[in-house]
Design a protein around this ligand. Sequence first.
Ligand code: CUK
Ligand code: CUA
Length: 661
Amino acid sequence: MSGRKRIWNRVRPVFAVSIACAASSAAHAQSMRDVEAIAKERGLTTQDLVAAAKTYTPSGQHDDYVMFASGGHAGQVFAVGLPSMRLLRSIAVFTPESWQGWGFGVGNEILEAGFPKGKPNLWGDAHHPALSETNGDYDGQFLFINDKINARVAVIDLRDWETKQIVKNPLTVSDHGGTFVTPNTDYIIEGGQYSVPFGSEYAPISQYKEKYRGSVTLWKFDRKKGRIDKSKSFALELPPYWQDLADAGKLVSDGYMFLNSLNTEMATGGIEEKNPPFEAGASRNATDFLHIINWKKAVKVYEAGKAEMIEGFPVITLKTSIDEGLIYLTPEPRSPHGVDVTPKGDFMVVSGKLDPHVTVYSFDKIKKAIASGSYSGKDDFGLPILDFDSVVEAQVEVGLGPLHTQFGPDGYAYTSLFLDSAIARWTLGGSYGSSTPEPDWTLVQKTPVHYNVGHISAAEGDTVSPDGKYLVSLNKWSVDRFLTTGPLLPQNLQLLDISHQGTNMPVIYDMPMGVGEPHYAQIIKADKLNPWKIYPEVGWDTVEQNIDPMAPKSKMERVQRNDDGTVDVYMTAIRSHFNPEHVKVKQGDHVRWHITNIERAFDATHGFAVPVYNITASLEAGETETIEFDADIPGTFPFYCSEFCSALHLEMMGYLLVEPE
Ligand code: CUK
Ligand code: CUA
C-alpha cells in the first residue's frame, strides 16, 4: 500500500503537469491561430511577426538600452528606449522648453551664459551627443552635446537628466567636431567648422587665408563638480580648412585625437560674383587633410604657459604646434566625412562622400611615420604632411556615399551609405580578423534603409567594448514610410538587428521622429544609468545639486517684503495645494519666488504656471526653484499647477495680485 502510494505520489505531479500542458497547449494553439488571423488581416509577413516579437515591450517591462539622440535644430536631446523605440523623454538644452519650464523661469541663467556675444539666442542646432567615459567605456554619469550654429557645448547630469551648463566657444562661431570625449572624460573636444576670424570678428573675405582660422578646443571637464572648467581649457589654432568631425584615440592611440576636414582648397565661394560655388570650390582637390593631434602633448605645452591669449582664451598657435610637433596632416580621399577610431584604438576610419571606399589608417604606421620625420611635404601653413601610402592600412569598397562608421564586438564595422541608402557591414582585418568568419578587410553585406541615412549608432558602438545587438540608422528622409504629414515629414529612425553574424541584419522597427532632426545618437546599456527617482532631499537646488539653504520649508511659507523693495515668496507645493495661495505684491516690485515641491513620492511632479508673466516650471519631488521677475503689470493673475497631479489638481491654484502704483 505504502509502495503504491509512493508511486502515486511520484506519478501525480507528472499527471497534473500534463493536464496543465494540454490546457496551455490548447490555449497556445488558439493564440497562434489568433496571431495568424491578425497577421493575415493586416498583411504581415513572418519576418514582420519576428520583428514585432523582437521589439514589442509589454507594459512594465523596461528597455535594455537607452539612446540619447540629438534633437537637431529642436536644440534638445531625446532619450529613446531600445528595442521598443519608445520616446522616454526630451531633455531641454539650447532651446526653451515649456514642459520643463526651461527658459521660462527654470535654467534661464544657464541659457544666458551661452548667449553668443550677449545676444539672446533661443535655439540650438544640437549635433553630436557624447556620453562620459571611463577607460573608454560609457559610465552613465554625464552627457555632452554641441550646438553647431553658435559653437556651444552643454553638460547634462545623468542623475536628473537636466542641463547644468552651457559654454560659448570664444574663438569660433560654428562647431562640428564636437562633442567627443577623451577616454576618461578629462577633456571634451569641440572642433570648429566654418572658419572665421577668431572671435567671429569682422574681416573681408578677401583676407580669408591671412585672417580666417580653424580651431579645436579642449574643454577641461571637472567630474567632481560636473562642470567644464573654463580656466583649465584651451584651444589649438588650425588652418582655415573646414575641420569637420573628430574622435579621440583610445587604448593604443590614447593621447591623440583626429579631425577630418574639407575645403582645404580654402574656397571662398561667391556664386553671385561668378565664382565657383562652395560645393564646387570646396571639392576641387582629390584629397583633404586628416588632422592628427597629440592632445596630451598639447596639454603639457599649454601648462608650460606656451599658449597665447586670444579673445581672452588660451590658444596654442600654429607656429607653436609646429615647433612642438603637436599636429600632423595626412591626405584623405575626396570630400571626406567622419573619422571613427576602432575599439582597440588601432585604426582610424575615414569615409569619402564622393568615394565608394572607407579609408583605414593604421595608428602604428602613423606613429612610425611621425618618428621617422620623413614627410611628403608641408601644407601652406607649414604643418607636416605624412605620406598617404605610409599610413594607410586598407581601403574597403563599401558603396556610394559612405559617411559614418560604428563598431560591433566581433570584428565588424558598420558604415552608413548616404547615396545607396544602405548600411554596410564589413570586417576589420588584421588583429580583428580571427573572430569573424570572413578574412581581412571585406564588405560582408549591405542592408537597405529608408532613406538617405546620415549617422548610425550601434549599441555602445564607439567605445572600447561595443555590444553589437542593435544599430539605429538615423535617416534624413522618410518619404513614403509613414502617413504624409503635409510637405514636412518626420525623420525616420530605423532599428536594425545586428546580433547575427554573417548576412542577416534586418530592419525591425521604424520610429518616426517628428521633432527637429536627430543628428547623431549614442546608445548605452540601460543598467549603466542610475538616475535619481526623486531628489535626494527636500529643498534640492538642481543647479548646485545640493540643498538650497533658502529653500521654502513646510510651516515657513510666507510672502516677505524686504527693505530694498524686493519681495521674497516662500512657497511649498504638495498634493493638492500651494501655500501661500494669495501672493500680494505692488506694481514695480522685484519678486523672487522660491517654490519647493515637498513631495517624497515617486513621480509626484507639480507644475507652476503664471499667466502674462511668461512663467512656467516643472517641480519634481524635492526640487526647489527660484523664479525672478519684475511685477511690472498690475492685475489679477491666477497661477496654477500645470501637471495633472491628483484628483484635486484643478483646485491646485492661487492668485497673484499685483496692486497698481
Ligand atoms: S555630420 Cu555626418 S551626417 Cu553634422 Cu554628424 Cu551630418
Ligand atoms: Cu499639482 Cu497639479
